[in-house]
Design a protein around this ligand. Structure first.
Ligand code: ADP
Ligand code: MN
Length: 514
């Protein structure tokens, strides 16, 4: 909290101005005392993250407020609009001429000269040829059939020499004017619609062509802006890594960011072409583990004591540790997939970028259990499913989720899906049982609050999942017994160099191999 205050201080100024910029209003400066559970809470993490990002990227806001001409804020003065249209048209013609000259000079020569640097329209925002589609040929013809009544259905009216065909100049001109109405709302057409204005086909076609390509252009500009805001959280190397995935055809498009968390940014993407050994899901989620923040230090204890990563931990630099998180999530998801637990399917892991199947549809991620309203029957169903999954996770995957709550469970296709397993550990992890108990507390509290009468309390749930039989009837004693068990296991590791199978209720030794 303090760091936020300090970061905001220089431009804080007098209260109101600063407050109007901060979406949370004035900060509460009183220091708060909070429990470990609060500190670990995802909600708190998200809030802190937002504050941090606002302090770190003030320019994002500045860009959004700036006088840039984008889809939404095209100037209403039509003179300016006209001037810009003409300028753009000129630029494009100029470039076309440049290309012709370039071609003429280079001819068939093996060595060629590029005029690229002299172009007016920079390649990235130039219109690609796909934009010059004939408007009439597109499926989304904005001409509404019921509106203009000037044209008879058969294309002509009248008799003898008074026949008026659909090609009649006056009729056509009026019709064209009426059609202008159908241009995108931000496209300024003046008030010609109200007058008896007759637009010649030539003028109308030029206009509609322009309106259409402007619409596309501004949509693209908007997309680019959105993207760049979200990508602020992603460093250039990561961006390159993501672009490569698109370039290689593995992904078709990365549509945008769906979540910015403390340790990761999640993007939505449409899957691309399958390779020989891989089928790419139609929609993917790309989880980028942040390499910039040192928040990961807080989570050292998850990975440091995970024997699967023990040998490697001490020798690694922070960048590699972050890759290990991604790797851990991949391995854990694979285990879950093998056990048939509903969870994202791993597509590919590249460094700290994990691509998995998208839980949701049409770019809309499935809602978190905390956000969805379920009827009591579905809620009960969800509860039993979660109980089942926790048991499977423990027994079949030999894992404890370690961040299980209504924030990391999605409701999709009439069932619960588990996500966010980068921090999951094996039960014999030195704090594994404590993590499990915390998971049980979250789950029990959530379903009890949601009115599921059958929901076990946190201690019963812990025993049901772990197969242990801890009899303490209060939280403190229960916790103490858990810690004693963990200690016993650690002592055993010290003395014998291997894990004890005390945790496995039915006598099966935990699985050590990946
Ligand atoms: P963290 O909480 O560590 O930031 P998560 O893995 O929980 O990372 O992802 C953050 C959010 O992104 C999730 O709450 C969920 O809304 C969304 N999300 C993550 N993975 C997927 C996925 N495979 N499909 C759909 N949405 C996802
Ligand atoms: Mn999460």
């Amino acid at each position: 909290m303090d760091s936020v205050e300090v970061a905001a201080a220089p431009d804080a100024g007098p209260g109101p101005a600063w407050q109007s910029k901060c979406p949370w209003g004035a900060h509460n400066t009183t220091s708060m005392s909070c429990s470990l559970a609060d500190v670990m809470s995802e909600q708190l993490a998200k809030e802190l993250q937002l504050e941090e990002e606002n302090a770190a990227f003030p320019e994002v806001v500045a860009v959004a407020e700036g006088p840039f001409i984008t889809g939404e804020n095209i100037d209403t003065s039509s003179d300016l609009m006209l001037a810009q249209m003409l300028q753009m048209e000129f630029d494009r013609e100029y470039d076309a001429q440049l290309r012709r000259e370039e071609k003429k000079i280079n001819g068939d020569s093996k060595v060629s000269i590029s005029f690229e640097n002299y172009r007016k329209v920079h390649p990235y925002d130039s219109d690609s040829s796909e934009d010059e589609v004939d408007w009439q040929d597109t499926r989304h013809d904005p001409y509404r059939a019921d509106k203009p009544t000037t044209t008879p259905r058969k294309g002509f009216i009248g008799k003898g020499k008074d026949i008026t065909t659909k090609h009649d100049e006056v009729v056509c001109g009026r019709k064209n004017t009426a059609r202008m109405e159908n241009f995108a709302p931000e496209f300024q057409v003046g008030d010609g619609i109200g007058m008896d204005l007759k637009l010649s086909n030539q003028v109308f076609n030029a206009l509609k062509q322009h309106a259409y390509s402007e619409e596309r252009r501004s949509a693209r500009l908007h997309e680019k802006k959105e993207h760049s805001t979200a990508e602020k959280a992603v460093d250039p190397k990561t961006r390159l890594l993501m672009y490569k995935m698109v370039n290689s055809g593995m992904l078709e498009t990365i549509t945008g960011c769906i979540s910015t968390g403390k340790e990761s940014v999640v993007f939505h993407a449409y899957g691309g072409n399958a390779t020989e050994d891989k089928v790419i899901p139609p929609e993917c989620a790309i989880k980028v583990f942040k390499t910039t923040l040192n928040e990961f230090k807080n989570r050292d204890k998850y990975i440091k004591d995970d024997y699967r990563f023990k040998d490697r931990f001490s020798k690694l630099n922070p960048r590699k540790i972050i890759r290990m998180w991604a790797e851990k999530e991949m391995h854990n998801l694979t285990r879950m997939q093998n056990a048939g637990i509903p969870c994202p399917q791993v597509v590919i892991l590249k460094k700290h970028v994990l691509v998995m199947s998208f839980i949701g549809q049409d770019q809309a991620p499935a809602p978190k259990l905390k956000d969805v309203t379920l009827n009591s029957e579905d809620m009960k169903k969800a509860y039993y499913q979660v109980l089942n999954m926790m048991q499977q996770l423990y027994k079949e995957c030999n894992l404890v989720h370690a961040d299980l709550s209504e924030y990391n469970m999605l409701w999709h296709d009439g069932k619960v899906w588990l996500i966010d397993v980068s921090q999951s550990v094996e039960p014999t992890h030195p704090h594994g049982l404590e993590f499990l108990f915390r998971d049980c507390r979250n789950v029990a509290q959530f379903f009890q609050k949601a009115g599921v009468a059958e929901a076990l309390n946190e201690r019963e749930l812990f025993n049901a999942v772990s197969g242990l039989n801890i009899t303490a009837d209060n939280e403190v004693d229960f916790q103490a017994e858990i810690e004693a068990l963990e200690k016993m296991n650690e002592d055993h590791v010290q003395n014998h160099g291997k894990k004890l199978s005390v945790f496995s209720g039915d006598g099966d030794p935990p699985i050590y191999a990946e």
